[in-house]
Design a protein around this ligand. Structure first.
Ligand code: ATP
Length: 310
């Protein structure tokens, strides 16, 4: 298979240069026809539940695309379908023209080399230092000499502001530092695509601000295509170039953050503005509450009566 296009390792160093999230991008230049990822007619079922009932997405090259939507709507599942960890029941995912689910294991492995993934649960290796954590993908996937690995690791750590922390062990890091080391590791191989699952979850406002800026700056410096899944609507809208809102197995809305902020559809407005009341229900589908309680009481009294008569 053809490799995804490469990037220059040294570009990462430029990520340290100052650039506010809002200063660098023109959402007007979004070209969905120049998409790195194309998702067409994607269907996916878990047990009885259809998570996706025909989703179409185009993830523009070199931009940050946010995937948002109510909890449990399938955002993490979508990232796993794109990354080839899950297989759709119908439809297809193409990355740089390659049909992901038709690739051999070897081709998929090569493609994943070009992808950085930063999953919420993706912890660092606790018995490896910060340096060795970032060096890990370089040691696994390349035959680079030690001196070059050292240079690359230091460039990546510099870009996340943690070159001075290279000797520390993961247990000695704060939550925000851990996320930044994981980010340095995710970009160690200069991926063309990076997928972030809840990158800001559990961070205090300062760490969150640092991460928000970092993701934007790294993206601008490296020209990567990024997909961000996040519940932190305000922060994510600050850095996203394009947004998909997914609900009920479909794409409910899509557009630039500006367009979605101005969206009149009450379901989209409820979500984007984080309103608890609106057309999207708070409750997971459930039987009638009063009936449920009464059924429980009847069942309990039936049990106790049976218990007494026994
Ligand atoms: N391994 C699994 N086995 C069975 N069902 C699963 C599994 N993982 C997720 N699900 C279900 O699939 C649906 C989508 O889950 P997913 O984690 O993709 O949603 P999400 O939009 O990322 O949620 P959140 O925003 O709360 O993280 C949920 O209903 C979830 O319960």
């Amino acid at each position: 298979m053809t490799e995804l296009p490469g990037q220059a390792a040294t570009a990462t160093a430029a990520a340290g240069a100052d650039a506010s999230p809002s200063s660098r991008r023109g959402s007007a230049d979004i070209d969905l026809d120049d998409a790195l990822i194309r998702v067409e007619g994607l269907r996916f079922t878990r047990g009885e539940r259809e998570i996706f009932s025909g989703i179409d997405l185009k993830i523009p090259r070199g931009k940050i695309t946010a995937i948002m939507g109510p909890s449990g709507t399938g955002k993490t599942t979508l990232l796993k379908l794109i990354g080839g960890q899950l297989t759709p029941s119908d439809g297809r995912v193409d990355i740089a023209g390659h049909h992901v689910h038709a690739l051999s294991r070897r081709e998929l492995f090569r493609m994943r080399r070009r992808m950085g993934m930063l999953f919420q649960s993706g912890a660092l290796f606790s018995d490896l230092s910060v340096f060795e954590n970032v060096a890990f993908p370089l040691r696994v996937h390349t035959n680079l000499p030690e001196a070059m690995i050292r240079d690359i690791v230091l460039i990546k750590l510099e870009s996340v502001g943690l070159r001075g922390a290279r000797e520390l062990m993961p247990a000695e890091l704060s939550g925000g530092m851990t996320r930044r080391v994981a980010l340095a590791r995710a970009i160690a191989l200069d991926p063309d695509l990076i997928m972030y699952d809840e990158p800001f979850a559990g961070q205090d406002p300062i760490s969150m601000g640092v991460l928000v800026n970092l993701i934007r700056r790294l993206n601008d410096a490296l020209g990567m295509t990024a997909v961000v899944v996040s519940h932190d609507i305000k922060e994510t809208l600050t850095i996203a170039d394009y947004v998909y809102v997914i609900a009920d197995g479909k794409v409910m809305a899509q557009g630039t953050p500006q367009a979605l902020n101005a969206e009149a559809d009450p379901r989209v407005a409820q979500f984007i503005h984080g309103k608890p009341d609106g057309p999207v229900p708070f409750h997971y589908p459930a039987p009638d509450f009063a009936g449920d309680i009464l059924d429980g009481r009847e069942a309990a009294s039936g049990t106790s009566q049976r218990g007494q008569s026994a």
